[in-house]
Design a protein around this ligand. Structure first.
Ligand code: ADP
Ligand code: MG
Length: 312
């Protein structure tokens, strides 16, 4: 199978609304909503760095798009389309069929068509660029948190990290518990509807990809504020809650790959109900820095850091 057969068979889809020309020409031609802002983001997944070589192809296809949709969600954007730049060691049809199935199922669920890309031979590497829209001035940014705002998180934190610890052999888990946290790691759910519903309500937002401490730190830095969070208030699954406290803290505070939204909102703000649990975990303060306390208000001593590709 040649390059162009491969593209046609696995990645060319029927025309979608808002797309005048999709896969097959030199450029995609899009029809934006008049007056809307564009929101654009890229995320790359590299084998051995972002995923294990053994991961199921359909789950990998899902995750590659999910992490990108999560960035749109964090900004409150409505997805409009995406491009896929793919390096493949070989044209393995079983793998391609699975990958495309997982990828395009999530794309269809969000009305976010694949509009183009690039395909090359090389070490497995997946780079997606997503395009979204939001009304002018309504994108959720990291820079809007104000002193006194509450800090909220969606869903649950830490399961993806717990799965990674099991793969590394530093935590033991089997059966349904393992499959549940493994699904959190391999098949995250981007909070797209929540992000859009938070437009005009949240003062700042981002998605947790590298770990809560570091990611919340980005909001604090961009907003010029500090914060205090309660480590015991972090929402966690029953599987994680059954682990030793130190591991729970590590997974919840420093685990990555959660793709939940962290956002700030003034006390008493009417938060949207999109069927996802929202948990208040702390408050924005004037004093710079991020303080972590337990349920009794005592400081939590930790040496935890979020993920950083180039940290020594
Ligand atoms: P060009 O040589 O003009 O850059 P290509 O030969 O790379 O174009 O790609 C041909 C068409 O297939 C283009 O429309 C491109 O956007 C699309 N395409 C290539 N690879 C992918 C892919 N992995 N997923 C979706 N579309 C792709
Ligand atoms: Mg060309």
């Amino acid at each position: 199978m040649g390059e162009f057969d491969l593209i046609r068979r696995y990645f060319q889809r029927p025309a979608a609304a808002g797309v005048e020309v999709g896969v097959g020409d030199d450029c995609a031609v899009l029809l934006p909503t008049p007056g809307a802002c564009w929101l654009v983001s890229s995320d790359m997944l590299v084998e051995g760095r972002h995923f294990l070589s053994t991961v199921d192809a359909a789950r990998l296809g899902h995750k590659a798009l999910a992490v990108n949709l999560s960035d749109l969600a964090a900004c409150g954007a409505t997805p409009r389309g995406f491009t896929l730049a793919l390096a493949l060691p070989r044209a393995d049809e079983d793998w391609l069929a699975g990958f495309a199935r997982g990828l395009l199922a999530l794309a269809d669920a969000h009305d976010c068509p694949l509009i183009g890309g690039d395909t090359t031979q090389g070490p497995l590497n997946i780079c997606i660029t997503v395009f979204g829209e939001a009304p002018p001035g309504q994108a959720l940014l990291r820079s809007g948190a104000r002193v006194g705002d509450d800090i909220w998180v969606s869903g649950r934190l830490g399961d993806a990290r717990l799965a990674l610890e099991v793969f590394r052999g530093t935590a033991a888990l089997a059966g349904d518990g393992f499959e549940a946290v493994r699904a959190a790691m391999e098949c995250p759910t981007p909070r797209v509807a929540l992000g859009q519903a938070l437009r005009g309500i949240a003062t700042s937002a981002l998605d947790v990809s590298d770990g809560l401490l570091g990611d919340l730190g980005h909001i604090l830095a961009a907003s010029g504020v500090g914060a205090c969070i309660n480590a015991d208030a972090l929402p966690r699954s029953a599987v994680l809650a059954a682990q030793p406290l130190a591991l729970q803290r590590e997974c919840g505070l420093a685990g990555g790959d959660d793709y939940e939204l962290v956002f700030t909102a003034p006390p008493g703000a009417a938060l949207p109900d999109v069927g996802i649990a929202l948990t208040r975990i702390g408050r924005i303060e004037a004093e710079p820095g991020l303080r972590v306390v337990d349920g009794g208000g005592e400081p939590v001593v930790h040496g935890l850091r979020s993920f950083d590709h180039f940290a020594s």
